[in-house]
Design a binder for this molecule. Structure first.
Ligand code: LLP
Length: 414
């Protein structure tokens, strides 16, 4: 099953696991994010099965969607986690995650975040620069704690994705250039509190072609062998995230081919993966209601109650999400679907085939489970949306819609 199968037109309207989205909209209001628990579990197992031969440690990347209840769902399936901030670590502490299944990525970890990570004893801290490594060595020495470290390399491969979400080329800020690794090894040799356990990459996101992964993996394996030859007992290879999903019928990367290459080329190493979008992207929709339908010189605009503050991907990356009617009895038009925010860049769809909807109609913006709610903001003093988790016949709010009071919390007047 793909996430799409959890959202079907059934009995004349769009449902999530059989629950009509109109019922959820009536009770939870709009805009709301609606997630299918079954879809999340299924995508986790689809990934696990595809890579069964290499039995990877799957570390769900929280940045895609960090709602506590979703983290719980994945935790219950046995997933580990990938974090990039103290805040994400805090969330994992809240759900009682197992620190030995957590990797800490990111190019700018602060001393406070390093302390949190060392205190908790994570599976690995992925370092991205010489200065970061030196800082980590200092902090772990002071705390008397061993740091399990993986070095993220920049493999200089083109992932063929949107420039804002490509990360594996030498001009990007991420990772250590391969010819600087010797420098890092020297520091590690002189830092008894640092234990080098892994080598990794993350080449970008929403990657549909498997070839860049294969190229990067080859480079990673070569680098790892060289490091082992120098006497460091490297244990794992971390492939980062990046597996693309279908937004409008695209075919994702050939996982069987990737798994085959890993089984062959990666022998002797534990494999770690950090998928985000793949696990939750198609498991969620953004449910929104049409406020107005207007026409400017023949161009149709559907003004809805969700905005770029709820789903930034179309504005930021020109991303195209399918928009489906909750009641399928609408014809289709080419239109812009726009929000109430005072920016021309505030759109959910531009020049796209969308339902010819009218005020009061509900629309579902599909494939919004990853990088949806987490990128939302309070711009224009908009309250952030509610989030709902559907589980079989039941559903519940897993995040309450913000109130006006929430907007001014932390702003004392003199
Ligand atoms: N690991 C690292 C080190 C990452 O930087 C990322 C994503 C992931 C794993 C998870 O990647 P995924 O499997 O989800 O592709 N906001 C953008 C995506 C930014 C991705 C940032 N890094 C979007 O909406 O497309």
């Amino acid at each position: 099953m793909t996430g799409f199968d959890a959202f079907l037109h059934d009995g004349g309207e769009l449902t999530c696991e059989g629950t009509p989205l109109s019922r959820i909209a009536r009770q939870a209001g709009t805009p709301s994010y609606v997630y299918s628990r079954r879809a999340i579990r299924d995508s986790y197992h689809r990934l696990k099965d595809a890579f069964a031969r290499v039995d990877p440690l799957i570390c769900y990347s929280l940045k895609a969607n960090d709602n506590l209840s979703l983290l719980r769902v994945l935790q219950e399936e046995g997933s580990g986690f990938d974090v990039v901030s103290g805040g994400e670590l805090f969330r994992l502490q809240r759900i009682g995650a197992d620190p030995r299944r957590i990797v800490f990525s990111g190019v700018g970890k602060t001393v406070q975040e390093m302390e949190m990570a060392l205190e908790w004893g994570l599976f690995s801290i992925n370092v991205e620069s010489r200065q970061e490594l030196e800082t980590l060595a200092r902090v772990s020495r002071r705390m008397g704690r061993e740091a399990r470290v993986a070095v993220r390399i920049n493999p200089d491969v083109d992932a063929g994705t949107h420039p804002y979400i490509a990360t594996g080329l030498h001009q990007h800020k991420f990772g250590v250039e391969t010819d600087q690794i010797d420098d890092l090894l020297e520091i590690i040799e002189n830092s008894p509190e640092i234990r080098l356990v892994g080598l990794g990459y993350h080449i970008g996101s929403q990657i549909l072609d498997v070839q860049p992964f294969l190229d990067a993996f080859e480079r990673l394996r070569e680098g790892a062998d060289r490091i082992r030859d120098r006497g460091f007992p490297l244990e794992h290879l971390d492939l980062g995230g990046g597996l693309g999903i279908s937004y409008q019928g695209e075919t994702g990367p050939d996982l069987q081919r990737y798994a085959g290459a890993l089984a062959q080329t990666g022998e002797g190493y534990r494999i770690v993966m950090e998928p985000g979008r793949y696990l939750v992207g198609n498991a969620g929709v953004l449910l929104t209601r049409v406020l107005y339908r207007k026409t400017n010189r023949g161009k149709v605009f559907l003004v809805v109650d969700a905005a770029m503050t709820d789903l930034l991907r179309p504005s930021l990356y020109g991303a195209r999400h399918q928009i489906l009617p909750v009641r399928p009895d609408r014809s289709w038009i080419t239109a812009d679907v726009v929000g109430p925010v005072c920016e021309s860049g505030d759109f959910l769809a531009r020049g796209q085939r969308v339902p010819d909807a009218h005020p009061g109609d509900l629309l579902a913006v599909m494939s919004a489970g990853a990088y949806g709610f987490v990128l939302s903001s309070n711009y224009n003093s908009r309250r952030r949306a509610a989030e709902v988790l559907v589980d079989g016949d039941e559903w519940r709010e897993i995040r309450v819609r913000e109130s006006f009071e929430d907007l001014v919390r932390g702003e004392p007047l003199p």
